[in-house]
Write a protein that binds this ligand. Structure first.
Ligand SMILES: Nc1ncnc2c1ncn2[C@@H]1O[C@H](COP(=O)(O)OP(=O)(O)OP(=O)(O)O)[C@@H](O)[C@H]1O
Length: 319
């Protein structure tokens, strides 16, 4: 198992940015990709970075990894300022990129060796086979990368990001195009790394993945942080539930007695009433349903999930 050495001087925050800005300037004009992003990723956390396409997630990650030059603000990785100590900051982070960009003529073993060389890991300290073992690719150590499946390539990229044993591992949309089984094994490995002390930052479009894995979640939209909270606080933020009712008989319009509840009729004919449990007992809705002369055949309630919160926080138009 790959272990992150416990450094007594470890910073409280694995990543910290202040007012980070990025403006891309091109022939077609300028694009503000990051508009003052201040974020702290606590050491040891499993941190989710969510946002719609084009929100600025990759830009944020690539600045930390030294691949994109910021236009303003400050960023520290493992307590090292990316301007003042770029080499140390870079050594503290491993990034699994979105694209499956692997040299097709190298074997997994060679790829990891080359990568370790690039990071200056002395031969005696390299753990090539141990890492390949951990990502389930030991039996493919000598196969050409071009013969590996998409899932295997993805795991090889995780292995590549780990060769210098960074305390912070960033995964940019790592499970796009990976089947469920491989996704599970990838997560099992990443969870182990996190349990052993590695701070994980994950960007994903799979909200359920973030909900399941992450303990802290930030949402960015149009280059700005719109939320950054403990997952439970975020999920508990919206005091909102939905009561879903199937009534006997057809229902085409909302009955008069229910209008104050502003219900919605779903295409399947079910009536949905959204309410705040802290403000309204569900019995009050059921009384109104009875007063409207409706007979309930079946009912269920739906909790707010991360997807609802995400949509609410990111549905704003461009500023
Ligand atoms: N090299 C570049 N030149 C110009 N504009 C860019 C460049 N890279 C990114 N952008 C723009 O900056 C904005 C943020 O892009 P970024 O890739 O960081 O978003 P993202 O949240 O990672 O999106 P996705 O999930 O689609 O990768 C987008 O509008 C994008 O078009």
């Amino acid at each position: 198992m790959v272990q992150t050495p416990i450094d007594p001087n470890s910073p409280d925050n694995a990543i910290e940015t202040r007012d980070l800005r990025k403006v891309y300037r091109g022939r077609r004009g300028t694009k503000v990709a990051l508009d003052g992003v201040s974020l702290a990723v606590p050491r040891g956390s499993f941190f989710g970075l969510l946002g719609p396409n084009g929100a600025g997630k990759s830009t944020f990650i690539n600045i930390l990894a030294g691949l994109v030059i910021k236009s303003g603000g400050q960023a520290c990785v493992w307590g090292r300022d990316i301007d003042r100590a770029p080499r140390e900051a870079k050594a503290a982070i491993g990034v699994v990129p979105q694209e499956l960009n692997l040299d097709p003529f190298f074997t997994p073993r060679e790829l990891l060796e080359v990568q370790a060389g690039m990071y200056g890991v002395p031969k005696a300290e390299r753990r090539t086979m141990e890492i390949l073992e951990a990502v389930g690719l030991a039996d493919k150590a000598e196969a050409y990368a071009r013969t590996l499946s998409g899932g295997m390539r993805r795991r090889l990229l995780v292995a590549k990001a780990m060769v210098h044993n960074p305390p912070v591992l960033v995964l940019d949309e790592p499970t796009a195009g990976v089947d469920i089984e491989l996704r599970q094994s990838l997560w099992a490995y990443v969870k182990q790394l996190n349990a052993a002390g590695t701070t994980i930052v994950l960007t994903t479009h799979y909200l359920e993945e973030a909900e399941e894995l992450c303990d802290r979640i930030a949402i960015i939209n149009h280059g700005r942080v719109v939320a950054c909270e403990d997952k439970r606080t975020l999920l508990g933020r919206l005091d909102s539930k939905a009561l879903v009712l199937a009534v006997t008989g057809p229902l085409e319009t909302v009955p008069e007695a229910l209008v104050p509840f502003a219900p919605e009729i779903r295409p399947d004919g079910r009536l949905v009433v959204r309410y705040k449990p802290s403000e309204m007992p569900v019995a009050a809705i059921l009384d109104a349903v009875a007063a409207a002369g409706l007979r309930v055949a079946d009912l269920s309630t739906e909790e707010t999930d991360l997807e609802d919160i995400f949509l609410q926080l990111t549905s704003s138009r461009m500023p």
